[in-house]
Ligand binder design. Structure first.
Ligand code: ADP
Ligand code: MG
Length: 696
């Protein structure tokens, strides 16, 4: 038997069953079975006493005693059940069978010493055990270890592939562990992280001697998963850094200096300076930069982006900046043109709605090198858009762009451009460590000085008048207000109607004020006009759907009222809230909800009112939605760890990442003898899946 042996050759399986198991569970080899981990374990090492049962006892337990008083009770089909008393010398409880066949009644051996095993039910302080397992043989009943319970189904059980089957098959396999399994972690790591050996881990994950042994096995297997995953990324990064060329930008030149000294309207925050330095260091090297810039909404990522693009320009290269929506691209374009107003730097905007004539100019100027900065949407990716020498590509709100799109940017220059991806949706630490490990990460963890934290409140329909009056007062003080309505995805018409109705109410209540509307049905030019109207201060109130979610910047807007807030996800609420609090005034976010809230909605609303910290919010979001949803469909398949949990194993992931980084630094090509086992395992495991892992 080896790990690759097909399961059909295992005693008790055979070709037919092997086929069946493969089709239902996808298990094909001994290795597959070995990592078919138990769901939980039952403890048959102890015998409990009925007199000592408590309501807190929720696990399955074993009792020793005698069956008496067997009877059928209830009437009619579906109502009948079989009941019996079970006594030991401390008390009695009821055994019940809701499904049973007639002969069972005769087969239950009364007044005979028996072992029963099952889960205890408590109802009104009375204990019962439904569908107990019954065993007369003490040797079979009592087991020295915890017994594994494997995932199963009725379909499987019908063909004899039940828990007993897996116990017996795995029992055979674990006997062979010493020949099947090689250690794949170097002794130094095993010692450092106090891990148990691989052989022991597999043994005790299936047949743990006790809980303690199970814990150790579990830890070891989790660490291993995390470690090799991180090692893969570490290789990728190492490979990238040693082979993907980039254009070095050694100079700080006229454009950058001029802007920094003459134009920059404020002092950069320390966090912005730190991040800029990290980017500068990357750009100096003849290696492509791949950096993720995380910074909460309003932390000033755009300025960092602009300064980086000026560095590219001073070194003779063009830049492009992509945003996920037209409005955002337009906004970036507006603020960049404004900031670069006094300079000779040429900036243009390319989106889906750019007119043909303008496009032609853009194409020409890009090729001639006359155009230094191109701002745009996905339109920038089209093949027809060619640069003279694209040196830096900036992607804003990166979670909306896929890996494939990033790759298309790469192809825009012979030597690929440096890449800076910016996101305002903080990624939970475990995810960032796991899935963006190939990117270097910079974090702006500080808001510009003088920003007051946004005050967030939860209000209900009965408070509407107060909320409206409050909004009116703020407008009187010179502020601007957002009302945001959720998209009703099932019905765009309903959604639109809803928005119109509310729009009318608002116009009526805020008589004399200018109210702007923005929604997804409007043409890009209309949207833009509406946005400009509001941004210019001509309109006091913006009534919108979530179109305004990302990036929109109107510093004088200080109140965000989110209607039906329970219908929004956490990261969306956080993004929306980030539209206010951008100026020096105290800002407010009011979450309007109906009276009845689900538990999850309550958690979301509570989180929002309790914290402004995007990282904390992202953690809660991950707990609620799971890592797969947060990463988006593109990567959710990757979250397929067998043991490791991205929700709860942050510590292990971090330790594994550190361990992988250190190991690779010390032995970049895994040539040291103490790493031979690790190398073997890695090569086998990732063979063909991992083109970047270059081990000589
Ligand atoms: P985000 O990180 O959300 O993209 P922006 O770059 O849009 O944030 O910046 C938000 C606002 O803060 C903008 O109005 C910008 O001009 C301003 N800002 C950026 N950096 C600073 C700073 N260091 N001091 C003061 N204001 C700043
Ligand atoms: Mg932004």
């Amino acid at each position: 038997m080896t790990l690759e042996t097909s399961i059909e050759f295992i005693k008790g399986i055979g070709p037919e069953r092997a086929k069946f198991i493969k089709s239902v569970l996808g298990l094909q080899t001994v290795a597959d079975l070995l990592t078919f981990y138990p769901l939980r374990y039952m403890d048959k090492s102890k015998i409990h006493k009925i007199g000592e049962l408590t309501e807190e006892l929720t696990a399955e337990i074993q009792l020793k005693g005698k069956i008496t008083d067997i009877q059928e009770i209830g009437y009619g089909k579906g109502q009948k059940r079989l009941s019996a008393k079970f006594r030991d010398d401390t008390g009695s409880l009821e055994l019940v069978w809701f499904r049973y066949s007639k002969w069972m009644k005769e087969q239950l051996p009364p007044n005979q010493e028996l072992f029963i095993f099952g889960k205890i039910n408590v109802f009104n302080g009375i204990f019962s055990m439904p569908h107990p397992e019954i065993e007369a043989d003490e040797k079979k009943a009592l087991s020295g270890s915890l017994l594994p319970i494997y995932p199963g189904s009725e379909k499987l059980a019908k063909r004899g592939v039940n828990n007993k089957f897996f116990q017996s098959v795995l029992g055979d396999i674990v006997k062979n562990l010493p020949v099947l399994i090689n250690e794949n972690l170097p002794q130094e790591l095993i010692k450092k992280y106090r891990l148990i050996s691989r052989i022991h881990a597999f043994y005790h994950i299936h047949f743990p001697k006790d809980l303690d042994h199970y814990e150790h096995a579990n830890q070891r297997l989790k660490f291993e998963e995390a470690f090799f995953f991180q090692l893969g990324y570490a290789f990728k990064k190492q490979h990238h850094k040693s082979s993907v060329l980039g254009n070095p930008f050694p100079k700080i030149g006229r454009n950058f200096k001029n802007f920094y000294e003459e134009v920059l309207p404020f002092e950069l925050t320390n966090a912005q300076k730190k991040v800029l330095k990290e980017i500068r260091t990357d750009l100096k090297k003849p290696i492509q930069m791949n950096r993720l810039l995380q910074g909460d909404v309003g932390s000033g990522k755009t300025m960092v982006a602009l300064l980086s693009m000026l560095i590219a320009l001073d070194n003779g290269f063009q830049s492009c900046m992509m945003a996920p929506t037209e409005i955002l691209a337009q906004q970036h374009f507006n603020s960049l043109t404004e900031l670069l107003d006094t300079s000779s730097v040429k900036v243009r905007l390319l989106t889906g709605s750019t007119k043909t004539a303008e496009r032609k100019i853009i194409h020409e100027e890009l090729l001639s090198g006359e155009l230094s900065i191109l701002v745009g949407t996905h339109a920038v990716l089209e093949d027809i858009v060619k640069f003279k020498n694209l040196g830096l590509a900036i992607i804003d709100e990166q979670h909306r762009f896929g890996v494939a799109q990033r790759a298309r940017l790469w192809a825009k220059n012979k030597i690929p451009p440096h890449i800076l991806v910016m996101t305002a949706t903080p990624i939970p630490r475990t995810l960032a460590m796991s899935f963006y490990s190939d990117l270097d990460v910079s974090v702006i963890d500080e808001l510009p000085l003088g920003r007051k934290p946004i005050i967030t409140a939860h209000r209900r329909e009965k408070d509407r008048l107060t909320v409206f009056r409050f909004a009116k007062d703020e407008i009187e003080k010179g502020r601007q207000i957002y009302f945001v309505y959720p998209l009703i995805e099932e019905s765009e018409t309903l959604d639109y109607k809803n928005l119109l109705e509310n729009f009318d109410h608002i116009v009526e209540f805020f008589e004399g004020k200018n109210v702007t509307m923005l929604h997804g049905r409007m043409k890009p030019a209309e949207k833009d006009a509406a946005m400009q109207h509001f941004a210019s201060g001509k309109s006091e109130i913006m009534v919108a759907t979530t179109v305004i979610e990302v990036g929109v910047n109107v510093p004088n807007a200080s109140v965000m009222i989110i209607e039906s807030a329970e219908r929004f996800g956490l990261s969306q609420l956080h993004q929306l809230r980030g539209r206010v609090g951008r100026g020096a005034e105290q800002s407010f976010c009011i979450l309007m909800t109906s009276d009845k809230l689900s538990k999850e909605s309550r958690t979301r609303i509570k989180t929002m009112t309790e914290t402004n910290d995007g990282f904390k919010i992202s953690e809660v979001d991950m707990q609620l939605r799971g890592p797969g949803d947060i990463l988006g469909t593109q990567q959710s398949g990757v979250v397929d760890f067998k043991k490791l949990s991205l929700l709860t194993d942050g510590k292990i992931i971090k330790a594994a990442k550190t361990a992988a980084d250190i190991l690779l630094k010390d032995d970049p090509h895994l040539q040291k003898p103490e790493n031979a086992g690790l190398k073997n395992y890695y090569v086998k495991q990732y063979h063909g899946k991992n083109k970047w892992g270059q081990i000589s």
